[in-house]
Write a protein that binds this ligand. Structure first.
Ligand code: NDP
Length: 254
């Protein structure tokens, strides 16, 4: 029988990239409420500080490390800083992401590289660093935040869709390799969620189209991503790996 204990994250240390806002914030708060200590890895110091203040005021052990995930040389020192302050990292949520929307004919090489580096490469390299330590401890949870565009084409978002599609494949492949070490690797596909990233789609024609297509008939809220993240971070999902959970109000089934 499932019990709340299966979802208890007491004693766990979770890293959430991009955890200072949007979906990352929703997930960070959820993991903290389930008992985990939380480290936020993101660039904006002010937002990082506000998030840590909010968590520590609620009694959660929390730190932020200022990090641009596209700077590969900074990834390992950031993860080491978390371990020094909070202890062994047992949960990694690769959430930091950007969207640059431009037509194929006009996409600039530097924008292509920035999206791929942020949304795909950083997820692999951070997962690699986390997994190297998790293997020695024989346990760990890696959660990648993908997108509906891992499955569908995206109007004017070629590298975004390419990165998210590859992230789902990375999830599956890494899951196979790490399963013998008791490390589970899974992905969450959010539907359309009310965050800074989707401000442009929260009104007008695009909004109407999204609402029409979403059986739930609305955008999701960042905190609604927390349930799947807690599940995938907890013992409740110890036999779940390589999977993708759609938290999208049914968008993908229509
Ligand atoms: P937001 O723009 O609201 O937040 C993005 C977060 O990522 C911020 O905390 C930002 O912090 C961080 N970030 C961006 N670039 C970097 C970087 N180079 N280094 C470190 N941190 C970075 O977006 P969402 O919350 O909407 O998106 C979160 C994830 O969810 C993304 O991967 C996105 O693709 C995915 N997603 C979102 C959907 C939605 O509808 N909102 C739908 C499907 C997927 P800072 O600027 O301080 O670095």
């Amino acid at each position: 029988m499932a019990s709340p204990k299966m979802f208890d994250l007491s004693g766990e240390v979770a890293v959430v990239t991009g955890g200072n806002g949007g979906i990352g914030r929703g997930i960070a708060i959820g993991l903290a409420e389930a008992g985990a200590a939380v480290a936020i890895l993101a660039r904006n110091e002010e937002k990082n500080r506000a998030m840590v203040d909010e968590l520590t005021k609620a009694g959660v052990p929390a730190i932020a490390v200022q990090l641009d995930v596209t700077r590969r040389d900074d990834l390992r020192p950031a993860m080491e800083a978390v371990e020094r302050k909070l202890g062994p990292i047992s949960i990694l949520v690769n959430n930091a992401g950007i969207a640059i929307m431009r037509s194929t004919l006009k996409f600039r090489a530097e924008d292509w590289d920035r999206v791929i580096e942020t949304n795909l490469n950083s997820c692999f390299f951070l997962s690699q660093i986390a997994a190297q330590a998790m293997v020695t401890r024989k346990r760990g949870k890696i959660i990648n935040i993908a997108s509906e565009y891992s499955r569908f084409g995206a109007q004017a978002g070629i590298p975004y869709a390419a990165a998210k599609g590859a992230l789902v494949q990375t999830t599956k492949t890494m899951a196979i390799e790490l399963a013998p070490h008791n490390i589970q690797v899974n992905a969450i596909v959010p539907g359309w969620i009310e965050t800074d990233m989707t401000v442009g789609a929260q009104s007008g024609k695009m909004f109407e189209e999204i609402i029409m297509r979403t059986p739930a008939g609305r955008f999701g809220k960042p905190e609604e991503m927390a349930g799947a993240a807690i599940f995938l971070a907890s013992h409740a999902s110890d036999f779940v790996t390589g999977s993708t959970i759609f938290v999208d109000g049914g968008y993908a089934i229509r």
